[in-house]
Structure formats: C-alpha cells, structure tokens
Design a protein around this ligand. Structure first.
Ligand code: ATP
Length: 236
C-alpha cells in the first residue's frame, strides 16, 4: 500500500518558485531518500509534506489529500518532521523533550515504555536524561530530535540531514539507530541526506532533485550503479 504520494507538487517563497512539480511515492513502512545539491528543493519538499510551507499539486497521505493542512493537523495525522538543525527545546531536559514529543498521547504507560525504548535505542541519552538539551553534543541533540519525533508514534518520519555536522562515526551510529527503529517500528521514512552513502544504508529507493524537479528516481541498487550518481554523490 502507498502511504504517501506527491504528484506535481509546487512551492514558492514569495515570488520565487522553488518546487516545479515534484513526485514522490512512499510505500507503507518504506524508506525513500531525497538527494540533490544545495538549494535543489529537498528541505522544501519535506516542508510541503508537513504543512510548514504552502504547496500546490497533490499530497495524499493514507488516502486523504492533506495539501494545505497546517503543521499541527499533519502531526495529528501521524507525520513527524525532524528539521535540519534538530530543533530540540534547549531549555527542557532530555526527559522533558521526550514527553513533549508525546503531547498528543494519553496512554501514560505506553509513553513510559516508549521513553525506555528511546533510551535503549540511543543509550547516550540515558546518561543525559536530566540535562538540558542545549548542553548536549550535536550528535546527542540529533538523537534526541529523532527520539522526540518517535514519541509521537508517527506513521511517517521526515528526516532532514540527520548526519549534518556530525563526526563520521557519530553519523554512522545515528543511521544504525534509525535503521533499527525502521525495522522494529515499521514507521515509513522520507530521508533528505547530503551523504548519499549513508542514505543508501537506510533507504530502499531515492529521487534526485535538481532545481525543484525530479531528475532521476530509482531503487537504491539502481542508483548506486549509475555513473552520474557515483560521481556526484558517492565520491567517485
Ligand atoms: P539545502 O541542502 O541547502 O537545504 P535544499 O535542497 O534542501 O538545500 P531548499 O532548502 O528546499 O533546498 O531550498 C530551495 C530553494 O529555496 C533555494 O534556492 C533556497 O535558497 C530557497 N529558500 C529556502 N528557504 C527559503 C526562504 N525561507 N525564503 C526564500 N527562499 C528560500
């Protein structure tokens, strides 16, 4: 079953059109990558899905056209967005951030179970549970942002540049945890990632954007085999 389908999605910042007709199809439980150079429209595509930018075209989630939904409506439908730059609440502790992630839920016992799961997924956070998130390292903040998004128990997770600014070994750890989360939770994912090598460890398929359009879409295996993808995104 298809969980999310974007057809001919457009978006503008003021008079400037930055998405010129994007297509994207995410199966339920699937993981799809969005690759492309700076400014290609990757972040804006995620914003269109989560309702943080106004879009044209069609965005169908779980059979409903959600284009034009507000961010809180998209969240209530099960779409969680982890923006670039993380966006944890620095004045709150790790535990408080995780609770905020679950703010729409009433199932107190399950919330505690899910906090325990997040701490198992990201053991570094266990040691920092009472720290303000502003005191965490970049890698820990990224882990917290992902864990906080999971606490909403979404059906779809939008991840924007989860590896940005992290040491290579930390980035690898973060992706290992995301992969585990995917397998264990079945949450579908749309993953924007500069580091295509990392992205391909997680996603089943990907699309490459260039100036607001899809230029290549295919399975991870197909894309990894293409010379132009290797040259542009895989370091040779
Ligand atoms: P990056 O990796 O740099 O974030 P991206 O592929 O995610 O690149 P977007 O962030 O979606 O690209 O940006 C697409 C275009 O829209 C770029 O030309 C960018 O400069 C422009 N843009 C992004 N945000 C705004 C904004 N708030 N106001 C005006 N223009 C914007």
């Amino acid at each position: 079953m298809t969980l999310l389908e974007l057809t001919d999605v457009t978006a503008f910042y003021g008079p400037v059109q930055v998405l010129e007709g994007i297509s994207l199809s995410v199966p339920d439980g699937g993981a799809v990558g969005i690759l492309g150079a700076n400014g290609a429209g990757k972040t804006t595509t995620l914003r269109a899905i989560s309702g943080t930018v106004r879009a044209g075209g069609s965005i169908v989630f779980d059979g409903k056209d959600i284009r034009g939904s507000r961010p809180d409506q998209a969240a209530a439908l099960g779409i969680a967005h982890v923006p670039e730059g993380r966006g944890t609440l620095g004045e709150l502790t790790v535990r408080e951030n995780l609770r905020v992630g679950a703010y729409l839920r009433k199932d107190r016992k399950a919330i505690q179970t899910d906090i325990d799961y997040c701490l198992d997924l990201f053991p570094q956070l266990q040691d920092r549970i009472r720290s303000n998130s502003s005191a965490l390292s970049g890698g820990e903040q990224q882990m917290l942002a992902i864990a906080r998004a999971y606490m909403a128990r979404p059906r779809l997770l939008l991840l924007d540049e989860a590896s940005l600014g992290l040491a290579p070994s930390t980035a690898k750890d973060v992706y290992q945890a995301i992969k585990r989360l995917r397998v264990e939770s079945g949450i579908a994912m749309v993953v924007v990632e500069q580091n295509a090598n990392l992205a391909f460890t997680l996603v089943d398929s990907a699309t490459v954007l260039e100036t607001g359009r899809n230029v290549i879409t295919g399975s991870s295996a197909e894309l990894k085999g293409m010379d132009e993808i290797r040259r542009a995104y895989l370091g040779g």
